[in-house]
Ligand binder design. Structure first.
Ligand code: PNS
Length: 172
C-alpha cells in the first residue's frame, strides 16, 4: 500500500493546495494531508481552524485523510507507515528550498522520498502569504481560495486590530 504525506502550514489552504491534493490522491493508495505546527511561526489561523478548512476542502476525496503534528516530518511519516512526501512546486522560486528539504529529509531517513508535482498554471502565482496579504488589505481573493476560506479570512481580519493586521502582513 502506497502511503504519502503532504505537509504544510496551510495558513490558509488555497486552491493551489487543493489542486496538488487532488492530483496526488490519484497517485497513491492513501494521502495524509498534515497541518504542521511550526513553533517558529505565528500563523494567522490556529491549527484547529486550519484543520477545519482543510477537512472541508478534502471531504469528498475518499483516500485523503488529515492530521496535524509538531516535530520532524520523517517521524510523522514513520508513525503512519508512509514513505513518500508530496510537495507542490511553483516555477523557479520554490526549487532551491524544496531541493534542500528533500535532501535533508532523505538524510534523516533514507527510506523516505519526496515527489514533486508541478503546480497547475492557474495557481503558479498563488501562495497562502499573498492570499493573506490581499485579504488583509481588502482585495479580491475569489478563485484563489474556496468560498468558505474566503469567508473565514474576512471574519478573521474583521476581528483583528490595525496593529495585529500590520504584524500579520510582516510575518513570513
Ligand atoms: O507550508 P510550508 O510552511 O511551506 O511548509 C513547510 C513544512 C511544514 C513542510 C516544513 O517546515 C516541515 O517539513 N516542517 C516539519 C519539521 C521538519 O521535519 N523539519 C526538517 C525538514 S528539513
Amino acid at each position: 500500500m502506497k502511503i504519502a504525506v503532504y505537509p504544510g502550514s496551510f495558513d490558509p489552504i488555497t486552491n493551489g493546495h487543493i489542486d496538488i491534493i487532488t492530483r496526488a490522491s490519484r497517485l497513491v493508495d492513501k494521502l495524509i494531508v498534515a497541518v504542521v505546527k511550526n513553533p517558529s511561526k505565528t500563523p494567522l489561523f490556529t491549527a484547529g481552524e486550519r484543520m477545519e478548512m482543510l477537512n472541508e476542502s478534502v471531504k469528498n476525496i475518499k483516500n485523503v485523510k488529515t492530521d496535524n503534528f509538531m516535530g520532524l516530518l520523517v517521524d510523522f511519516l514513520k508513525k503512519h507507515k508512509a514513505d513518500i512526501i508530496v510537495k507542490g512546486l511553483r516555477p523557479v522560486s520554490d526549487f532551491e528550498f524544496e531541493y534542500q528539504m528533500a535532501l535533508m529529509n532523505r538524510k534523516l531517513d533514507n527510506k523516505m522520498d519526496t515527489i514533486f508535482l508541478m503546480t497547475s498554471n492557474e495557481y503558479a502565482f498563488v501562495s497562502s502569504s499573498s492570499v493573506r496579504e490581499i485579504a488583509c488589505l481588502g482585495g479580491n481573493i475569489k478563485g484563489l481560495v474556496p468560498p468558505y476560506v474566503e469567508k473565514r479570512l474576512k471574519q478573521k481580519y474583521a476581528s483583528l486590530s490595525v496593529e495585529k493586521k500590520r504584524q500579520q502582513i510582516e510575518v513570513d
